[in-house]
Write a protein that binds this ligand. Structure first.
Ligand code: 5GP
Ligand code: MG
Length: 193
């Protein structure tokens, strides 16, 4: 697996330091007096990519929270460019999101690229009656479309390249790499799409 890595863009240490800063910002914004009355949040990681990021993030947010799950796929299988947003299993995810009426929601995603994922998910959350919806992404690609959707919390700006690791996959592999990396060209040589 490590042999497939081309370059390390962001090391594990840098990721963890930045995740702590993002958690501090989310905590501050969801604590009185910034959030009077209801200092409780619902964290919604967008599966599968945000799973690892969210796991680290929430352990540094010391306020009451519940987790709601949502699964979205736009880079299925061996795709390395967006294939359009597919919200999986809407009934199932609706059950797992629970009642969001009057809740303060933080949607967590791994990376902001075309912006279609968050532009699809945020209205779904609003429709379910959330009092506020904030968005948090670990990475934002350096391309115009990624800037058109304005996320509230952004970890790192990265070049417009396909990356894996720390939850991000290629063909569902590499999510367990601790760093954010690019892959060698040979890895894509057997592309089926
Ligand atoms: P958007 O909807 O903003 O185009 O893309 C967001 C989703 O596309 C992310 O949640 C992620 O699943 C996938 N994605 C975008 N860029 C990359 C990338 O460089 N690497 C990987 N592995 N997934 C990406
Ligand atoms: Mg994703």
């Amino acid at each position: 697996m490590q042999a497939d890595v081309d370059r390390v863009l962001i090391s594990e240490e840098k990721i963890h330091a930045r995740v702590r800063e993002l958690a501090a910002a989310i905590t501050r914004d969801h604590t009185t007096p910034n959030m009077p009355g209801d200092a409780e949040v619902v964290i919604v990681p967008i599966l599968t990519g945000a799973m690892i990021f969210c796991g680290d993030l929430i352990r540094d947010i010391p306020i009451p929270m519940r987790i709601g799950l949502i699964a979205v796929s736009s880079y299925p299988g061996t795709a390395t460019t967006s294939q359009g947003v597919n919200v999986k299993d809407y009934e199932g995810l609706a059950a797992s999101l629970g009642d969001l009426t009057g809740r303060h929601v933080v949607v967590v995603d791994d990376i902001l690229d075309s912006g279609h994922t968050l532009a699809t998910v945020v209205p779904l959350i609003r429709q379910r009656g959330a009092a506020s919806v904030k968005t948090c992404v670990l990475l934002r690609k350096d391309r115009q479309s990624a800037h058109d959707f304005v996320a509230d919390y952004i970890g790192f700006e990265i070049p417009d390249e396909f990356v894996v690791g720390y939850g991000l996959d290629f063909d569902d592999y590499y999510r367990n790499l601790p760093d954010i990396v690019t892959l060698k060209r040979e890895v894509f040589a057997h592309l089926t799409k």
